[in-house]
Design a protein around this ligand. Sequence first.
Ligand code: AMP
Length: 335
Amino acid sequence: MTVVACLGGGQLGRMLALAGIPLGLQFRFLDPSAEACAGEVGALLVGSFDDEELLDRLADGAAVVTYEFENVSVAAAQRVGAVPGSRALEEGQDRLREKELFKRLGIPTARFGSLEETGLPAIVKSRRLGYDGKGQRVARSAEPLAEDELAEELVSFARELSLIAVRGRDGEVAFYPLAENVHRDGILQVSRAPAAAGADDVAQGYGRRLLEELDYVGVLALELFEVDGELLANEFAPRVHNSGHWTIDGAVTSQFENHLRAILGWPLGSTAVVAPSAMVNLVGSIPAIEQLLALSGAHVHLYGKEPRPGRKVGHVTFVGASEETVAEAVRLATS
Ligand code: AMP
């Protein structure tokens, strides 16, 4: 049996397993929580990502170790020889380093640095451990920044887009079409793909530079702002991504399967779209299953997590569905 081990046992790990089990794979996860929802689809080791003995048990006999959480320590990723490598973690865990990497690679970003450099208003983010808009505030007047804070020009974007890219061990690269993302309270609410009139070629050029610079293997997500018809990179995630969940139902090969194919050195699968798709996140609460299933064409994915405010507990995908149906799903998800 081929075992894939994973640092983190949340819904991303769970969906990796749901994609990999039909390919004959078995899964093993390490997570600090005994309730980690990937535990339903694989073996779960419970403990700290910094527990060396547990890390060794996680990696023992596994064909490959990956991660589904980008804030695992570089030391932990190195100890288990994780794929993608620790370089992507190092570059991505510090927003300043990440922005400087974009700059070096000629990938445009909003202005960043001190408030003098960005101008006002600016968005102030903590350099480390920020996600889903956490640890962010808007500065409208000059104020001191803490040591670990970074200011960014507050751009008024027309829309937010993301590119899901995958690179195999042999350097083969593939891209899903750009997704258009709508956030609510800093949390992704809806992704639609392919994005209408998205500058896919430009985004793919940026994605390719990043993958090659990091000598990356696996799936990577690049989050972009579209401002006056131009793309600005916001951040990248060295893992499968919420804005790529539509690929489970709406693409020939899902992002989860392609991540596994990549890290195992297997041929990548087609990233072609079956039909235009929309994904609606379920955040904080789960509507009655009957109501979700009554939506025409709904593909329901629940993560087996206890609902709590702001927590992602599932998503629903529609392939080739009408905007009315998607709007109805959003209404159900937010009522
Ligand atoms: P982040 O944590 O960087 O992914 O930011 C979370 C959300 O805040 C983004 O999805 C945007 O909606 C918004 N945001 C982040 N950075 C900026 C910026 N420089 N200008 C305007 N909005 C931003």
